[in-house]
Write a protein that binds this ligand. Structure first.
Ligand SMILES: [Zn+2]
Length: 95
């Protein structure tokens, strides 16, 4: 499929926005997880609760990434790497 120069520029911009948003969201989730870990340790809780939180964090990060790290042009999942330059599915430039 052919795209206009404007659309191609928009795809790059949107890919950059999605990458930055993912870093912020995953970063905040990680800070939250670590913060809760410190709190649990101080109040003597942990163990099972900590394991549940860890599983929730992993599920959230994978779910969020899978849902949002997609090609702005075709919607395909872009894989695990954040430095992808072209969509593996449609070949649109993302950087
Ligand atoms: Zn694509």
């Amino acid at each position: 499929m052919e795209y206009t120069q404007e659309q191609l520029a928009d795809f790059k911009l949107e890919a950059t926005r999605r990458r930055q948003r993912a870093f912020v969201v995953v970063g905040l989730a990680t800070i939250l997880l670590l913060g809760l870990a410190v709190i649990f340790k101080q109040i003597g809780k942990g163990g099972g609760l900590w394991a549940i939180l860890w599983v929730l964090w992993v599920a959230f990060v994978f779910g969020y990434t899978y849902r949002t790290w997609r090609c702005p042009a075709c919607g395909s999942f872009l894989g695990r790497r954040t430095t992808v330059k072209f969509c593996p599915q449609c070949g649109v430039a993302l950087q």
